[in-house]
Design a protein. Structure first.
Length: 107
């Protein structure tokens, strides 16, 4: 059995390609929980994209966040690490998160 990853794009939840998932499909509540965790990190202005995927009995996340364009690369990197730690702490069964900080105004 396979399940669709949950994806947040510009405030919408969508389902994309399917991957192995004994725990079920994408869940808007789970995406909302992860989004709230990301937005609670100081320095994050917005969630540009959020993908959650079940891999076996665990979740993995891919996140693109908007940060100030005035930040140094090191500061943006630190925010990305803070986002990763917050997600791992607040989303049950999440075992890995890849976070990409994008400067405000970029495509």
């Amino acid at each position: 059995m396979t399940a669709r990853p949950a994806v947040r794009l510009a405030g919408r939840v969508a389902c994309g390609d399917r991957v192995s998932a004994p725990r079920g499909d994408c869940s808007a509540a789970l995406v909302d929980q992860a989004t709230a965790a990301v937005l609670s990190v100081t320095g994050v202005q917005a969630v540009r994209e959020l993908r959650l995927r079940w891999i076996g009995h665990t979740l993995r996340a891919e996140v693109d966040v908007t940060v100030s364009s005035d930040l140094s690369q090191a500061e943006a990197h630190d925010i990305a690490h803070d986002v990763q730690a917050r997600l791992l702490d607040r989303v049950r069964r999440l075992t890995a998160a890849t976070v990409h900080p994008s400067p405000a105004g970029s495509r």
